[in-house]
Design a protein around this ligand. Structure first.
Ligand code: PMP
Length: 424
């Protein structure tokens, strides 16, 4: 089979709304590597967009899923429940930051977790309004889309959006928005647009993912917590992309002194199987009446089995420590070429949630072209990279945290040569 032939069939059969970063069709994958249908090998620095922190087909995850397949695959937890669902909730309740009683609900996708977090927050507070941040990404469902702080391609042509969603600027010093600017904008929002007494929740990614891998400063998160407490607003941390050892801690909120009331999780929670969750303060989670939450596939036994194995692997293989070591290596390599590549304006990110940002040297403006040129050169050499950012000028690195040392060296060499060649 040829990639190009499948690609042509794809153009005839699949909505173009499903954007695609590559035209290589997967045949098989193992840890940090993917082989396409033509037998070519790629190093995967995307992890299916932050889903396989524990690598493709981690043996323990596969073993757990196989064992589950042999017992039952679906009963619907709302009809005939299973203990593994309860145990996974207990594990997450014990792991999430915040010294208070917690409860959990499982659904299937990141967007669905976000939808449910807002449903729960509205139900618990009796309020309607929600505040999110520009550049943020929260999914492609209606509320997820409304909360997302980027118009093209996520919102264009899809209105009307759900009402009562407001945006404040996310603090990114590199782009001239300080923490003080961001807080002042929130204050103005409360004066000009929405009574804080009507706000149910403020939702924030502790490190913006799709928006460009910008980390929320510690004083910003502390200030958000204070504002929420002052006005009876719930703080929701969207950890869909940041969770499960990516930032060098189990959750990105573990880097902060304050805890959110609700946390959304998905992606690497189940290492390649669809599962998402909302975990939060027990009394808030209990606000919706029976039947108000859930879904046919929510907390699929297969996803739940995978998630138990993922949590074991993160602990047994000390993936938080490994994320820190790998991220340090990556950032060091990028720093080592910085003097030769004036297009590099920033190298950043906690743990192994790293990014490099490029500008056009002559214009001094973000250069999506340069980032894309690096991405395509790397792909040509067998390394899958993803871009991100409001300006599309950021390359984000989302390799499995289980990547083998030798494969990592290979990837860094490809990355370096791709950046150097993109200059030519
Ligand atoms: N929230 C965040 C922070 C995300 O990064 C994403 C996915 N990129 C989502 C929500 C939506 O997740 P899903 O695509 O599984 O619906």
């Amino acid at each position: 089979m040829k990639n190009s032939a499948i690609s042509e069939r794809k153009n005839q059969s699949i909505s173009r709304g499903v954007g695609m970063t590559t035209q290589i069709y997967a045949d098989r994958a193992e840890n940090s590597e993917i082989w396409d249908v033509e037998g070519r090998r790629y190093i995967d620095f995307s992890s299916g967009i932050a889903v396989v922190n524990t690598g493709h087909r981690h043996p323990k995850v596969i073993e757990a899923v196989k064992a589950q397949l042999d017992r039952f695959t679906h009963t619907c937890h709302q009809v005939v429940p299973y203990e593994s669902y309860v145990r996974l909730a207990e594990r997450l309740n014990g792991m999430l930051p915040g010294k208070f009683d917690k409860k959990t609900v499982f659904v299937t996708t990141g967007a669905e977790a976000v939808e449910n977090a807002i449903k729960i927050a509205r139900n618990a507070t009796g309020r309607q309004a929600v505040i999110a941040f520009s550049g943020g990404f929260h999914g492609r469902t209606f509320m997820g889309m409304a909360l997302t702080g980027k118009v093209v391609p996520y919102k264009v042509g899809f209105g009307a959006m759900p009402a009562d969603v407001f945006h404040a600027p996310f603090p990114v010093a590199l782009h001239g928005v300080s923490v003080a600017d961001s807080l002042a904008a929130l204050d103005k929002l409360f004066k000009a647009d929405v009574d804080p007494a009507r706000v149910a929740a403020i939702i924030v990614e502790p490190v913006q993912g799709e928006g460009g891998f910008y980390e929320a400063p510690r004083d910003f998160m502390t200030a958000l917590r204070k504002i929420c407490d002052q006005h009876g607003i719930l703080l929701v941390a969207d950890e869909v992309q940041t969770g499960f050892a990516r930032t060098g801690k189990m959750f990105a909120m573990d880097h902060h002194d304050v805890a959110p009331d609700l946390t959304t999780m998905a992606k690497s929670l189940a290492g390649g199987f669809p599962l998402s969750a909302v975990t939060g303060r027990a009394e808030i989670m209990d606000a919706p009446g029976p039947g108000g939450l859930g879904g046919t596939y929510g907390g699929s036994p297969i996803g739940v089995a995978a998630a138990h194995a993922v949590l074991d692997v993160i602990e047994e293989e000390k993936l938080c420590d490994r994320a820190n070591a790998l991220g340090a290596r990556l950032k060091q390599r990028l720093e080592s070429i910085r003097d030769d590549v004036p297009e590099i304006v920033d190298i950043r990110g906690p743990g192994f949630m790293n990014a490099v940002e490029f500008n056009d040297v002559k214009k001094g403006l973000p250069s999506a072209e340069f980032a894309n040129a690096v991405r395509l050169k790397a792909l040509d050499k067998g390394l899958i990279l993803l871009t991100c950012g409001v300006y599309g000028n950021v390359i984000r690195f989302l390799s499995p945290i289980t990547i083998q040392d030798g494969v990592m060296t290979e990837a860094l060499d490809i990355l370096e040569s791709s950046i150097r060649e993109a200059r030519a």
